[in-house]
Design a protein around this ligand. Structure first.
Ligand SMILES: [Zn+2]
Length: 247
């Protein structure tokens, strides 16, 4: 079976107007008090972690907005259309009015003209994100409901297309997590699980390698010498054993 191709978008450039937090009230991660966080500082790593997760699950991917410069909306949906992507997923962070406030939670945006398939994809990803982040479920919304406008990357893409908004840049608690690599990864894995469900693909979690650290005192080619050292360690109160390894 041919692989599914997922177009992944991380939206705005680093300097795109407006797409940033208010000045932060204290030092967070690599930021100083008074700094701002650009939306891209979440979107880009979250999109990159998503690509890693999707590849692990057997998807092909295309990053339609790599780098930190602004890529035009038309370029982004054209890339996805030309590549005949099977789905288009754009990672974002929400904003209410650019002032710290109580607005919070996760929403997924689709075109007002979205197909039933697109709604299905949006619901599945939204559910996984809400579960993974334990944030308010603001539901799936159309672009008109969310912003009053048609959103080009949702309207002109030829495949199911969604925008995820994983939290609010102008909520203190949610803004801080934008910079947290663990949060970004959790977000990516949740998005990937939703995409897997939609395509009927088995989600493959990240392998966490078990590492065992041994403390070694000596290494001998003679068993007797090894036993002598072991016995000395035992008299000193250590719980020593001899492990035989083939060279
Ligand atoms: Zn955005």
């Amino acid at each position: 079976m041919a692989k599914y191709l997922i177009a992944v978008d991380s939206g705005h450039g680093m300097q795109t107007a407006g797409k940033r937090t208010p000045a932060i009230p204290e030092a967070w991660f690599n930021k100083k008090k008074g700094d701002i966080i650009h939306e891209k500082e979440f979107n880009k790593p979250a999109a990159e972690y998503l690509i890693t997760a999707l590849k692990r699950c057997g998807f092909d991917t295309i990053n339609v907005s790599p780098g930190t410069a602004d890529v035009s909306l038309k370029d982004r949906y054209t890339k996805a259309n030309n590549a005949k992507a099977n789905a288009f997923v754009s990672k974002h962070y929400n904003a209410f009015n650019g002032k710290w406030g109580k607005q919070n939670g996760i929403e997924t945006i689709i075109s007002q003209y979205a197909s039933a398939m697109t709604k299905e994809l949006a619901k599945m990803v939204q559910a996984e994100l809400v579960k993974a982040h334990s944030r308010t479920d603001r539901g799936v919304k159309t672009d008109i409901q969310q912003s009053g406008n048609n959103i080009a990357i949702l309207r002109y893409t030829n495949m199911p297309a969604i925008i995820t908004e994983s939290g609010f840049m102008d909520n203190l608690v949610e803004a801080k997590t934008m910079l947290d690599p663990e949060f970004q990864k959790t977000d990516a894995e949740a998005t990937c699980r939703g995409i897997c469900k939609f395509f009927g693909i088995t989600y493959v979690p990240e392998k966490t390698e078990k590492v065992i650290y041994r403390v070694q005192v000596g290494a001998y080619s003679n068993r007797e010498l090894a036993n002598d050292t072991k016995n000395r360690l035992i008299t000193l109160g250590y719980d020593a054993i001899v492990v035989a390894d083939k060279k």
